[in-house]
Design a protein around this ligand. Sequence first.
Ligand SMILES: *Cc1c(COP(=O)(O)O)cnc(C)c1O
Length: 621
Amino acid sequence: MDWAGTAVDYGCFAPLHAFIRMFEEYHINVTLEETRRPMGLPKIDHIREILKTQRVSEQFSAHYRRAWTETDVREMNAKFETYLFATLKDFASPIPRVVETLDRLRAEGIKIGSTTGYTAAMMEIVRKGAAEQGYNVDNLVTPNDVPAGRPAPYMIYKNMLDLKIDSPRKVVKVGDTLADIREGVHAGVWSIGIVEGSNEMGLTEAEFAACDPTTLARLKSRVKADMYAAGADYVLNNIGELPQCIDDINRRLNMQPDVRGRYLLLTPGPLTTSHAVKESMLQDWCTWDEDYNQGVVSVIREKLVRLATGKTDMYTSILLQGSGTYCVEATLGCAVPRDGKLLIAANGAYGKRMVEIADRLGINRTVLTFQETEQVAPEKLEEALAADPSITHVSFVHCETTTGILNPLDTLCPIVKRFEKTLIVDAMSSFGGIPIDTAGLGIDFLVSSANKCIQGVPGFGFVIARTETLKTCQGQARSLSLDLFDQWETMEKGGGKWRFTSPTHVVRAFAQALCELEAEGGIAARHERYKQNQRILSEGMRSLGFRPLLPDPAQSPIITSFLYPDKNFSFKTFYNRLKALGFVIYPGKISQADTFRIGNIGDVRPEDFRDLLDAVRAISE
Ligand SMILES: *Cc1c(COP(=O)(O)O)cnc(C)c1O
């Protein structure tokens, strides 16, 4: 607990009057604001800070025809102390709610330490005056006891020593000035600001009570913003809110430590995200406020189009609640008209899933099937299109996450375009991690989701669509909630508004993830990192006796499948041992061979894969 302005002396007026009277004696006029700004510092430092302001130092020079010196500071401090001592005992009354609140906390076993900007001699008066009115602390440290006062952390450390507290995480520092907040931040304790009765508010109790609500609200929000900017963990209206705040801190202390997770996810999504992405979710957003719709959603929509096409004029983007499959289903269900026909080229589970979606939705479809270890063959696609002119739409997966096989967009897309079909690409696991020239390739709908190569958290997917094609889809959807056109129209007209409740925290995390993609150097740089991850993994695993499922030319940098090394291999044991060493991998998903998969995407780097290889080596011995 701080003293003046926090525990006693509502508004922190005692030093204020003494400073002003002292400066008057030096023919210097100081404003209330100038006087309050350094409040909380040791008083001699406070005087020096005021003198340093240009307006005050100019007044001094004008009157004395020289600059102020340290000798002046000491002399001023002596005069200040005289004034302060004369009135100090009148400013020792506890602030409302302080006594009851701290009595209650003490009854729960919490110890009350204290720090101050007052000297030991001043505190003798204040402590005695406060005690007479019912306010007591368990420990008092003044700047005289330590090498430096605020904003240095030493007074807090001395309290921890005196009261035998073993961790700064178990300490909350409560204060009313920015110097208090910084003292707490420097000490690494929970730093809490109190608004009402504070030096930062600068009102007497009577002024506070008489203040009109608008002015008061404006004043309070300024003080809160200043305190948060100084590093406060919490800013409370008054001390009565402290017990509830401590409950909240205790809940946070009891939560799992969230560093990078207890293990790395080497999986194709959800995947390992950065700390900043996780942290960005610690705010609640209103779904119809412009801070969210303009500031977050619209920015994302525009960035996605730019990432996919390099420009923004012919394409648009739609964000949709749910996982990636919801977006695939929304796209197929909305893009293909009742009299249309869809050709699906499938070489894995996600291609097959498109077939299942088409069947559920009653979409007329035909399928071109390939082995799971075989790329979609351009000549077969060409044959199929030539053989059946009734086909209107073509869809396939870019990177089949089933195995990690990459289908050759550069040859497949031009064929579809030559036949003038609408082209839908599931680039779920590749968009953001592999450069794709969406416009150049003539892709009409490119589908991806938040929790793959953009490195966000799961909760929504998105579609990059050619605007002209999308505009022809009105009224075609076979579902209400998965109506891609309606979702788009609402977002366009509402400036980023989603049709139904949007996953606000996830969307905010995605915005952070996009910034991190930019900071990394864009998709090309991320592609290089994934390729490096994949190469280190693949070479290292080979040297440990594991064979990749796919031939190198078909292998994507996204995820790698490995064959079981022998008949006795137990994936479950392998998995559990790796997990215990901090790595979570993925089971296989194909029918013809026993495999397991290791993802190369997410906030993971070559050194993580070297560590993984060490772990594999250790558990294989
Ligand atoms: C992840 C993924 C999906 C969508 O899966 P959800 O579990 O619905 O997010 C679709 N296609 C591919 C290629 C994927 O990798």
